[in-house]
Structures are given as C-alpha cells and as structure tokens.
Design a protein. Structure first.
Lengths: 295, 428
C-alpha cells in the first residue's frame, strides 16, 4: 500500500500526457506508416496493402531526387554554418568582453522570430535581380561597387539551397552561441591554469583542454540543428513558395497531399522525413542512455 | 505572483469581451424577423480588396430577398485559395460541409464529384432556365456526364498579353504581335533594345504562360482536344508548341516573386511583355495601395495572347451545393442570387471580372471589362489549365512539376514525355 502510494500520484500526474503522446504522436505516426504502405492514391479509395512499393517507387521520380539533394545541401550549409558561427561568437564572448549581456541578447533575438517572418524579410534580401534591378543584398553589393558578387541567390540552380540556408544560419547561430558559451563556462578554470603552468600556449589550452569539453555541447547542437533542417518547411514557403527550384521533402509532401490528392505518396514522404530525423536522434538517445548508466 | 494573476485576469476578460462582441454582432445581423433564423454558411476565399466588396454586394441582395435566412461569411484568406481548399478538403472528408463553397468551375471539382460530395444542380439550371443565359460552350465544358455541379458567378480571361506601349515603341514595334512567330521576333527586338522582353514570376506564372503558348501554337480545337479522350500529347504539333515555349522562355527575365512584381516590371517600363490573367488589369489600373494607379492604353495596354485572337481562355469562380448541406434551402437561395443577373452585375464590376451570363448590363463594364465582355460574347472558348478548368488537381500538380523541372533543364523531349505521362496518370 505504501509502495502504491509512492508511485500512483506520480503516474496519475503524467498519465494525461502519456495518453496524449501515445495517441497524437505514436498513434498518428503508426497511422501514417500504415497509409504509406497502401496504394491509396486518391482520397476516396480505401487502398490495399502494397508493402514497400511507395518507398522504392518514389526514387524513380525526378522531383524526389531533386528535393533530397536540396535537403542535403541545405542541411550541410545550415548545420555547419550555424555551428561555426555560433562557436565563433561564443569564443569571442568567452573572453568576458564589456557589455556581454547586451551582446548575448542581441545574438539571441533572431531566435524569437518565427521562420515565416524571417523568410518574408530574407525573400527581399535574397532578391535575385541584378544590375539596375538589384535590391536587397544584391543592391548592397551594387552600392558598394562589388557588382561581381551579385548572383541569383536561391534561384541559382546548383547552389540556391546554400543561399536558402543563410536565413536559417542567421536565426539559429545565436542559440548555438548560447549553448557553446555554457560549454565554455563549464571548463574549470583550474584545469586551464594547470595547463598553462605546464607550459601550454593559449592555443594548446583550447586544443587539448577546452575543445574536448565542448564535445557533448557540439553533439547536442548538431542534433537540434539537424532535425530542424531536415523538416524545414515554413522558411522555404515564406521565401519562395511551392517551386521546384527550392523543393524539399516537406514541400513535396504538402503538394502531394493537398494538390495531387495522393495520401499514400504524402505519407511515404512523411515517413522518409521521420526516418531521416531518426538517423540524427536515435544515436544521440543511445549515447545519452549509456552515459546515464555510467553516472 | 500577483502580477501573474492580473495578467491571467486581463487575458480572460479580453477573451470574454471578444466573445460577447461576436455574439452581439451576429444577433444584430438577424434583423427583426421574430422567428429563429436559419444560417447559410458561404465558404469562399474572397477576402482581398474588390472581391470582398463584391461578395458584400451579393450578400446584400441575398439578405433582402431572403429575410428568413442569415448569411454567414466563412471566407478564408490566402491568394488563390490554397489554404481555403486545404481546409475545405478536411471539412468535406469529415462530412461537415459548409452550406455552399466556392470552387473554380470545371475539372477542379472532379475530385469532389467522384467522391460523391456534391449534388447535381441540373434541377436549378432547369428551374432558372440557366442553359439559355450561359454560353452553350461553357455549359459543355463544365458538364460531367450531363450533370452540372456548380453555378459560375464570374468569368476571368487567362490569355491576355499585357505590354508597355512606350517600351514597344522604343524597340520599334508598331503593334502587338498577333502570332507566335511574330511574338518571338518582337521579343528579340526588345532584347536588342536592352529591356526585359518578357517578365515572369514564380513557377505558377510560367504554367500560366504555358497555357497561352499551347493555345496560340496549337489552335483552339487541338488545344481543347488535349483534355478529351482523344488526346495525343506525343504528337508533332505538341513538340512544336513546346519548342516555341522553350524559345519564348529563353527571352524571359529573372523570375520575380509572384505575378504582381512581374506585372509591375511592365508598368514601370523595365519589361515589354507579360502574359497574365485579367486580374492584372485591376492591379495596373486601381489607385495605390491596391494597385499601381497607371493609365490604361498609355502606361499599359493589352491584346489577346499571341495566336489566340478569337479564343477566350476562361476560368470561373463558382458556387456548389455539397451533399448533406445543413441548410440546403438556404444554400439553394444563395445559388439563385449567385446565378441571377442582379447578383452577377453587383459582384463583377467590383471584383474586376465579367458575368458568366450573356444578358449582363453592358453599361456597368468599362475600359478593359467592356472589351472583355465583347470578346466573351463572340469568341470560341478554351479552358485554363492552371486555374482548374480543364485538368483535375492531380493533373495540374503534375503539369506544375513538369514545368518546374523544365525551367531547370530546358529538355523539350523529356518535358513532353512527362506531360504525356501526366495526362495518362491523371485518372480524369
């Protein structure tokens, strides 16, 4: 009885959220996978089980290959860009400059803006007009006499998605900075001192003492950025809408469901998005669980 | 802690106030009928300037003629109705239809028709003798196996070539091009003069361009046949049309965000030509902020898209009767207003479109709309692709994909193949 009294109130307290998550997250995920395994290619028919046909068939579609390529380019540029910039900002702040609080707030502010609002502003900044018609960043280049830097931004066929990652880098690097700053501050000063006493240069202190300490933070940042990146939808809709030139899986999913009225295809793409996020998240969870065992 | 309570109190009070405000607004709308009123939920995406005013004018007529019915405006904002249609699809799938909803007349409604979500309106067409007042070709093109499922309220024209007269003059062009080869020659002249020959916007505006080029290159009968059972998308004439499309596209400027900036390039004298539906007229002509405040025939001018003179490529907003409408009588009453001469003549001058009826009051339609009305009365008809007349949603989405990919690789053979596949897989 006393044992029950110990765990029952806790269970009652969390059970609403357990039930809600079971139904609305895992239940819906399961339903989505179920639809993805059928041939329900319009909204009326019931659809019958076809196994993995949708999952293999989609690779023969040119648009799918393109959207996957776009997602990879976007992810690489966005994650690398935000990590490097965030690390660099934290590195500068770590030295304890005057007015640090103010800088920290300024760098963090973009996080408070939604991707939609960011997208609307950056659509103008990334305007593809050049020469006389240049506005936004191209206009700035023109004004500075750097006309050779003007290009099509997100309308560039090969590297447009790299340009599309810029607003995302702008938005998220402040957050990465905050993570890294906490990491930097977590390095005990005594360790640095003793390294210096042992004759390390300042660079070697960073290389051998501080950076190893930042590894868990880097991993956490990588996972957070990675899953945002693979699901990216709102930013792209706000900048360019539903166009092939900036197509990513989430946009493809939207047109498959609402324009082509093809639930099975939409569910297949959604399943692929979930799986690709799992590639990031599951190793992290395993790693975390192991670390939890050790401590 | 105390401040947090204050905040919570303030929020809940505001919520209560808005609730009561809504409530009183509704009861004010019912008027003094005495009997409990039946509500008619009219679902549309008419929220922009002009179109919302037009809807209001029709609503006034509806409320005057049907004192027992209460109009509930269920408009959902957002451009060409993307958001509205997504919401509508989920409502219909949940079998909670509005009493009547807006949809593009033609193939766009086919999904709903096949799913058995719509009631045939033949009874209404017979009762109001609508087959006599709408053009026969229009009736043919919106009928599905002899049944008509919607009432067209307005007509827009898709195949309009907008141009800047002074840019044309500078380039040595005396009159707007009448054929596709003449158009290409003129594009070359403008290019030589250093202006953008043809302005384009985002991907859908290129699909819009494609439909006018297909019509102009193939001719009306061959174009209309593409959407029939005898369609041949692999033919040499389609190859020719798509090659023309490729040539024309090679003269296009850098794509801008949407159709308005593309039209603005023409109005500002940066570009010579733009092919866009006639909603561009309101944008050119209306005073700022709603439009650019340009003078018709001086700052901008129009002609039928090259090779399409004598053919009206139409699209139309229409209203439907969903099966299981909670207030069917009210919905039918609304459809009667939407189909009627008074309703259409109230709505269209405000929206910037023309009535589908042939007996409209011509004096209400000025300048572009006057020309438009004359064309509607005399031209052959062809249906628009991008605006839901000839191709169902799945087909239209496939064409959009093909155009998007073609913009990247300019491969005509592959483009034609994917269009042929799209036609085959559309299930239409």
């Amino acid at each position: 009885m006393t044992r029950v009294r110990r765990w029952l109130p806790g269970l009652l307290l969390v059970s609403p959220s357990i039930i809600a998550i079971a139904v609305f997250v895992y239940g819906m995920l399961g339903w989505n996978f179920k639809v993805a395994l059928t041939d329900q290619h319009d909204e009326i028919s019931a659809g019958s089980f076809v196994g993995l046909e949708n999952f293999t068939g989609i690779w023969s579609e040119e648009r799918w290959g393109l959207s996957v390529r776009h997602a990879i380019v976007f992810t690489v540029v966005f994650v690398a860009g935000a990590l490097v910039l965030g690390w660099f900002l934290a590195f500068l702040m770590e030295k304890g400059i005057r007015g640090e609080g103010g800088f920290r707030a300024i760098y963090l502010f973009p996080m408070a803006v939604s991707f939609i609002a960011t997208g609307v502003v950056w659509r103008w900044l990334l305007n593809s007009g050049t020469g006389e018609r240049a506005v936004g960043l191209n206009g700035l280049f023109g004004y500075l006499g750097l006309d050779f830097l003007q290009w099509g931004w997100f309308r560039d066929q090969d590297w447009g998605m790299a340009a599309m990652a810029l607003p995302a880098v702008w938005q998220m690097s402040g957050y990465v900075m905050a993570l890294f700053l906490a990491g930097f501050r977590g390095v005990p000063e005594e360790l640095r001192e003793s390294a210096r006493v042992d004759g390390c240069t300042e660079w070697q202190v960073y290389r051998h003492i501080v950076l190893p300490f930042l590894r868990p933070v880097t991993l956490a940042a990588l996972i957070i950025l990675g899953h945002i990146s693979l699901k990216v939808f709102d930013l792209i809709v706000a900048v360019s809408g539903k166009q092939i030139i900036t197509d990513v899986p989430a946009i493809f999913m939207w047109t498959a469901v609402f324009d082509s009225h093809d639930p099975a295809k939409g569910a297949t793409i959604a399943a692929y998005i979930v799986l690709s996020v799992c590639v990031f998240v599951v190793p992290y969870l395993i790693w975390n669980a192991r670390r939890g065992d050790r401590t | 802690m105390r401040r947090r309570w204050m905040a919570a109190l303030a929020v809940s009070l505001t919520g209560l106030l808005t609730l009561t405000a809504c409530g009183s607004g509704e009861s004010a709308g019912t008027g003094g009928g005495g009997t409990p009123d039946a509500k008619v939920e009219v679902f549309s995406w008419w929220t922009g300037p002009g179109e919302a005013d037009g809807l209001k004018a029709m609503r006034a007529i509806f409320e005057r003629e049907n004192p027992g019915q209460q109009f509930v405006d269920a408009a959902v904002a957002g451009g060409s109705g993307d958001q509205a249609r997504a919401l509508l699809a989920s409502k219909l799938n949940a079998n909670q239809p509005p009493d009547t909803f807006q949809g593009h007349a033609g193939a766009e409604l086919q999904g709903y028709i096949k799913a058995g979500k719509l009631e045939s309106l033949n009874f209404l067409y017979d009762e109001l003798k609508l087959k006599d007042v709408f053009p026969q070709q229009l009736i043919d093109q919106i009928s599905v196996q002899g049944q008509i499922y919607s009432v067209p309220v307005n007509i827009h024209r898709s195949n309009v070539l907008w141009f800047n007269p002074s840019v044309l003059q500078e380039a040595g062009i005396t009159s707007p091009p009448a054929t596709i080869p003449a158009f290409i020659a003129d594009l070359e002249k403008v290019k030589a003069a250093g202006k953008i020959p043809l302005s384009i916007g985002s991907q859908w505006t290129v699909v819009h361009l494609l439909e006018s080029v297909l019509l102009g290159s193939l001719g009306t009968d061959a174009y209309n046949q593409l959407w029939s059972a005898q369609a041949d998308w692999s033919g040499a004439n389609v190859t020719k049309a798509l090659t023309d499309f490729k040539t024309i596209l090679s003269y296009a400027g850098t794509p801008v965000e949407d159709w308005q900036p593309a039209a603005k390039q023409v109005a500002d004298g940066q570009a010579a030509f733009n092919i866009m539906g006639d909603w561009a007229y309101g944008y050119f002509h209306n005073p700022p902020d709603g439009g650019l405040g340009k003078v018709s025939k001086t700052d901008f001018d129009w002609a039928p898209a090259p090779g399409t003179d004598g053919t009206f490529m139409w699209l139309s907003d229409s209203f439907t009767l969903p099966k299981g409408a909670p207030n069917r009588d009210g919905a039918v009453a609304w459809l009667k207003v939407a189909a009627g001469k008074e309703g259409q003549d109230a709505f269209n001058p405000l929206k910037g479109s023309i009535p589908a009826r042939k007996d409209a009051d011509k004096s209400l339609y000025k300048d572009y709309l006057e020309w438009d009305l004359a064309q509607w009365a005399s031209n052959k008809l062809a249906g628009s692709i991008q605006h839901g007349v000839v191709a169902n949603d799945a087909w239209r989405a496939a064409i959009n994909d093909a155009v998007g990919l073609f913009q990247q690789d300019s491969d005509v053979a592959k483009f034609q193949q994917s269009l042929a596949d799209a036609a085959k897989n559309s299930g239409q």
